[in-house]
Design a protein around this ligand. Structure first.
Ligand SMILES: NC(=O)c1ccc[n+]([C@@H]2O[C@H](COP(=O)([O-])OP(=O)(O)OC[C@H]3O[C@@H](n4cnc5c(N)ncnc54)[C@H](O)[C@@H]3O)[C@@H](O)[C@H]2O)c1
Length: 277
């Protein structure tokens, strides 16, 4: 990495991560290795090679869970509840320390839940779409009233681009599109769009430590950098559903092999616990 950064790299934007909460619950060691140690390696190389901008792609999950009201701002306390969120929070603090201690021009962005094309079907929206397309059940954790704040991946990318060019070193910027929705409503919307019945929804045993609600306040990014999201949720979701309908070979490829074992471990056993299989 140091050799690569020595070849005249202007900026590092660190997207790389083990990114799925459920997988971190099954085994957190890879999450610490990639998300914490991996970020430290990048920071150290960037410091030595005097990279002029470092952007850490973080998540709203570092803030933990919200009650029915309010939203997270950049000064909200860190209270991660899953091993994934804890590893991302640890990385955020390392980034902060490299800015404070060594003057590395580093910035952290914390984004809400993404959706869009090419998303691996372990994540909620592509899981529901690909299962519905295959007439498989849509596993709904607990009562399904867990609320997430959704943003299209294009809007996340435009925000990162803005932060990369105009963000202030040492700052944190929340990224979100102010679109909260309970998981069960997303399932209904997808089923309706695909003309499938709600009978495909199956409540499964809840995720341990499941955060009830996330909502992100992106006012700082809007105010300071003039950013705003452009993709309305209903349009973005319809476009995403179409993309998965038109990409069966991509879906088939990513849903083979290790994914099958993972899916079985995550959901089928949970349904058995509830006696629904
Ligand atoms: N998906 C979301 O809703 C969301 C929301 C907020 C923040 N984020 C953050 O955005 C980033 C990308 O997330 P995503 O949803 O695209 O996840 P993803 O799992 O689809 O992509 C992560 C990428 O990191 C790579 N990676 C993993 N371990 C690596 C390692 N040790 N070395 C090099 N590369 C490695 C993977 O190969 C993969 O391409 C992550 O940092 C995640 O925490 C995601």
């Amino acid at each position: 990495m140091e050799e690569i950064l020595g070849q005249g790299v202007d900026a590092v934007v660190n997207f790389a991560a083990e990114s799925h909460v459920d997988r971190s619950i099954l085994d957190s060691s890879e999450f610490v290795r990639t998300n914490v140690q991996g970020t430290l390696n990048l920071l150290e190389c960037s410091r030595r090679r005097r990279v002029s901008r470092f952007v850490q792609i973080s998540t709203d999950e570092v803030y933990g869970s919200l009650g029915p009201a309010g939203s997270f701002c950049e000064s909200s306390p860190l209270a991660p509840n899953s091993p994934y969120a804890a590893s991302k929070a640890a990385a955020d603090l390392l980034v902060r320390s490299y800015h404070r201690t060594y003057g590395l021009p580093a910035i952290v962005t914390r984004c809400s839940n993404n959706y869009g094309p090419f998303q691996f079907p372990e994540k909620l929206i592509p899981l529901f779409i690909t299962n519905a397309l295959a007439d498989l059940s849509l596993p709904i954790y607990g009562d399904g009233l867990y609320v997430r704040d959704w943003i299209h991946v294009r809007d996340h990318c435009s925000a990162i681009d803005r932060v990369l060019h105009d963000g202030r070193p040492g700052e944190i910027y929340n990224i979100g599109a102010r679109h909260e929705m309970p998981n069960i409503e997303i399932a209904r919307l997808i089923l309706r769009t695909l003309g499938k019945g709600e009978g495909l929804m199956k409540h499964v045993e809840d995720r341990p430590g499941h955060d009830r609600r996330y909502a992100i306040d992106p006012s700082k990014l809007e105010r300071e950098l003039g950013w705003s999201p452009k993709v309305p949720f209903e349009d973005g979701l319809a476009e995403t559903i179409r993309w998965y309908q038109e990409s069966p070979s991509w879906v088939e490829h990513v849903r083979s092999g290790e994914y099958v074992t993972y899916f079985d471990r995550m959901y089928r056993q949970r349904q058995r616990t509830l006696g629904e299989l």
